[in-house]
Design a protein around this ligand. Structure first.
Ligand SMILES: Nc1nc2c(c(=O)[nH]1)N[C@H]1C(S)=C(S)[C@@H](COP(=O)(O)OP(=O)(O)OC[C@H]3O[C@@H](n4cnc5c(=O)[nH]c(N)nc54)[C@H](O)[C@@H]3O)O[C@H]1N2
Ligand SMILES: Nc1nc2c(c(=O)[nH]1)N[C@H]1C(S)=C(S)[C@@H](COP(=O)(O)OP(=O)(O)OC[C@H]3O[C@@H](n4cnc5c(=O)[nH]c(N)nc54)[C@H](O)[C@@H]3O)O[C@H]1N2
Ligand code: SF4
Ligand SMILES: [Mo]
Length: 751
């Protein structure tokens, strides 16, 4: 029997990025625990981290490519899989143009450095603008406003919870989600420390969530009205003479415009609209202003809703107006060691963020950050025309469960001429593919939180190497991306040596970019010398080493003695190197053309004026919101025994008052109807909800034929996205509205 070995490993599942200790015997995972000595996560682990053992062992997890033969997906060799793609994709591209090939980029891409970096190469090779992303059912509004305000969409402030003493949180539930656009592992421990210092957490949410339960105060808000609430807060700040940008004032443009806007707000009508009493709004405004170190933070409930961009903007406008932006204990910017544009180029100024460079073909939705709304994917496949989407490459995504009007998208995917899925399962989406390429398991790849490091609540460089080699000579996801790039360009299926040459080319391009950045640490270095100094590393690790070394903490290949290298991060005990608490970064972090924080971007001012012009009084009926669950991760962890056990969780939560009015019994079945569709769900009455609001988790509905998720299929639940719409989107970004959906509910007689 082989020996027990313990290795450190960063959990790749969510943004917490917990350091784990993995005990292995040979190729077997024996146990997984939180690593108490990890400077960042401090021992935290959640059930999904533990479940990685089940994921590794899951017999349903794909270990070999699948190719459609006579209508059926069957196991095939890598060679056959690539050849099948080569026989189809370039021909479609040649006959119908670059736009006829579309991508969907799913959430795990952000947690997977091979896919995140590889997709850049692949997208460039295909030249398509039809890139649909999970971001457009998630965080795009926040990135959009941060782009406008700070000049780059990854320049997103995060609460400096370790030094904060008043945290106002809207539409987020980090006790369950473990944080998002905010790498904050051990949220609970950090909150306890904050409360022990006398700090307070105030939660604004239509449900008394797990986070609300440990907060110092919680207030219900009518779904979709955060912008109203925040405008009222802003009004009180200016009305009562409390607005003061503090040290940031020197770098703010548009303060007077915001003041003028605040003056136009009727706090009474905002209060009536959002359902939060005016005296509560006033108290919150005063507490925010009076606290030495306060931060406002919003997440999914504030982005995937009708006024997602407005709410996201107002959150940071209030951070600025209370002097909390960039102040220790306030809302601060991380300084990541690599990959993030706000550490490159001229500090303090840049070309800024330009959205709306092109639009989707059918409905004319704007691109943001090179992304188009996944809500538009179905129509782009259905609607005839020269640039109709005929082929799709789906990368680590499951839009059949995660995108709005899911039933329509499911049908549309069936109409594609050709589809490739890169997934670890034969998912509800992958079942439409002609070729499925398996991603390697979490332990067969290295981990580095490339872009997510922009949201760290404490600076650090963290990395874990792969624990095992990919089984059976599998191609890793980086190689898959390169291979697809080669095939897309008509260069045919490459051998591994051929892919190596392609990789060398990519690395040389990156070296050229780094050495020609006049503000970069590596400016002017000899490109061949740099290439040689990267030594024997291959794959994404070579790129990681390069980017760390030319980044803000890098060794610049010897120019900065003691600077970061991948080897140094790897040699550090546990999961990496602590780079200390967040530090003020103004004005250096800015990349706006003015070199200022654009507090009052025209697009946002106009949207706010439009909101104020709408008479108060919205929907009176029931509004549906989502619900994340600790033993679930979007759509893809329901097949793991340790998570699947326990009570059935895909329930429709209804407040007892509403249940009574609608004659719904706890445990009974009910039909839920929206303008998009209808589903049947099991009712769970709960006092947690605001009356008039009902809640259903997303990511369920594992009963579609042809999927390979046997355990998940035993208790499939229902797909809440059959109810969400793909026609009415958040107006500024085309992000889907997934919260605050008007629904009707009808109880079903128990047979
Ligand atoms: N109604 C409603 N809908 C929502 C949301 C909501 O709150 N309410 N939330 C939205 C949000 S925030 C998000 S991010 C999206 C997510 O939307 P998607 O990204 O489309 O969906 P996921 O469920 O994350 O699916 C990820 C897929 O990647 C696969 N996968 C997992 N790990 C790997 C890997 O390492 N490699 C590869 N190649 N594949 C892998 C999984 O098997 C799964 O099929 O859903 C959105 N949809
Ligand atoms: N366990 C678990 N963890 C996850 C995930 C998961 O599926 N499961 N998914 C991961 C992903 S992809 C993401 S993006 C993050 C999301 O991270 P979070 O945003 O923290 O997660 P949610 O639990 O969806 O929190 C959204 C909250 O918004 C509330 N809400 C709904 N509508 C409104 C509204 O109009 N206004 C306000 N103020 N609140 C509203 C909901 O009741 C809910 O409590 O979580 C990540 N972590
Ligand atoms: S909180 Fe997120 S990163 Fe930490 S163990 Fe759970 S899934 Fe993994
Ligand atoms: Mo997400």
């Amino acid at each position: 029997m082989s020996e027990l070995k313990v290795s450190n490993r960063i959990c790749p599942v969510c943004e917490a990025g917990c350091g784990l200790q993995i005990a292995t015997r040979g190729r077997e995972i024996v146990s997984i625990r939180g690593d108490a000595a990890d400077f960042f996560s401090r021992g935290h682990i959640c059930p999904k981290g533990v479940a990685l053992k089940d994921l590794d062992a899951d017999p349903d997890r794909l270990r070999q490519p699948l190719v459609r033969r006579n209508g059926k997906l069957e196991r095939a060799s890598w060679q056959e899989a690539f050849e099948t793609i080569d026989a189809n994709l370039p021909a479609i591209r040649k006959a119908h143009g670059a736009q006829s090939v579309a991508f969907y980029i799913g959430n795990p891409t952000a947690h997977n450095v091979a896919l995140a970096l590889g997709f850049g190469v692949l997208a460039e090779a295909t030249g398509t603008r039809n890139i649909f992303t999970a971001g457009t059912v998630d965080q795009v509004p926040k990135q959009f406003v941060c782009g406008l305000m700070f000049g780059d969409t990854l320049t997103v402030p995060v609460p400096d919870i370790d030094r904060c003493d008043y945290l106002l949180m809207l539409g987020a539930n980090p006790m369950v989600s473990n944080g998002s656009l905010w790498m904050v592992p051990d949220f609970r421990g950090r909150l306890r420390e904050m409360q022990a210092r006398g700090g307070r957490l105030v939660v604004i949410d239509p449900r008394r969530t797990e986070t609300a339960a440990v907060a110092d105060a919680h207030f219900f808000i009518r779904p979709g009205t955060d912008a109203h609430f925040l405008l009222a807060v802003l009004h009180v700040l200016f009305r009562d003479g409390l607005a003061d940008a503090g040290d940031a004032a020197a770098y703010v443009a548009g303060f007077d415009e915001i003041a003028a806007l605040a003056g136009k707000v009727s706090p009474e009508s905002m209060s009536a609209e959002c359902g939060i009493p005016l005296d509560v709004i006033e108290r919150i405004a005063r507490d925010l202003a009076a606290s030495e170190r306060a931060a406002v933070y919003g997440r999914i409930g504030t982005t995937t809703q009708k006024h997602g961009s407005l709410a996201s903007w107002l959150i940071d406008a209030i951070n600025v107006a209370t002097g909390n932006l960039d102040r220790p204990g306030g809302a601060m910017f991380a300084k990541p060691p690599a990959f993030v544009p706000n550490t490159r180029g001229a500090p303090g100024k840049g070309s800024g963020f330009v959205p709306y460079r092109y639009r989707s073909r059918v409905s004319g939705y704007p691109e943001v950050n090179g992304e188009l709304p996944v809500a538009a994917l179905a129509e782009e496949i259905e609607e005839e025309g020269a640039e109709r989407v005929r082929a799709l490459i789906c990368i680590a995504g499951n839009p059949v469960l995660s995108a709005p009007n899911a039933a329509r998208l499911d049908r549309a995917l069936g109409r594609l001429d050709f589809m490739v899925a890169i997934d670890i399962y034969l998912s509800e989406t992958a079942r439409h593919a002609d070729v499925v390429l398996p991603g390697t398991t979490a332990f067969e790849k290295c981990h580095y939180d490339s872009f997510l490091s922009a949201f760290m609540t404490r600076n650090g460089a963290r990395y874990s190497p792969a624990l095992f080699d990919p089984a059976g000579g599998a191609f890793d996801e980086w190689e898959i991306m390169l291979q697809l790039a080669a095939i897309s360009q008509g260069a045919g299926v490459h051998t591994r040596e051929g892919l190596q040459a392609l990789e060398d080319m990519v690395v040389r391009q990156l070296i050229a970019a780094a050495t020609s950045d006049p503000f970069g640490a590596a400016h002017g270095l000899d490109e061949d010398e740099v290439f040689a100094k990267l030594g024997n590393r291959r794959g994404v690790e070579r790129i990681l080493d390069l980017q760390l070394r030319v980044g803000p903490y890098g060794d610049a290949f010897g120019r900065v003695p003691g600077g970061l290298t991948l080897a140094a991060v790897e040699a550090a005990p546990h999961s990496g190197i602590d780079l200390g608490p967040l530090e003020p970064r103004l004005p250096e972090v800015l990349r706006t053309p003015s070199g200022k924080i654009e507090l009052a971007p025209e697009l946002m001012m106009r949207a706010a004026e439009a909101l104020l012009a709408v008479p108060a009084g919205g929907e009176n009926g029931l509004l549906l919101i989502g619900r994340r669950q600790a033993r679930s991760n979007n759509s893809w962890m329901h097949n793991l025994p340790v998570l699947a056990k326990g009570p059935f969780r895909c329930t429709l939560m209804v407040h007892p008052q509403d249940a009574k009015r609608l004659s719904l019994e706890d445990g009974a079945r009910a039909i839920v109807r929206s303008p998009a569709g209808s589903i049947e769900a099991i009712v769970e009455t709960s006092e947690e909800l605001m009356p008039g609001v009902v809640s259903l988790p997303h990511g369920w509905g594992h009963d579609l034929p042809g999927t390979g998720l046997s355990l998940a299929g035993e208790r499939p639940g229902v797909n809440s996205n059959i109810l969400t719409q793909d026609s009415e989107l958040e107006t500024l970004t085309g992000t889907a509205i997934l919260n605050g959906i008007p629904v009707e509910i009808e109880g079903l007689a128990i047979p």
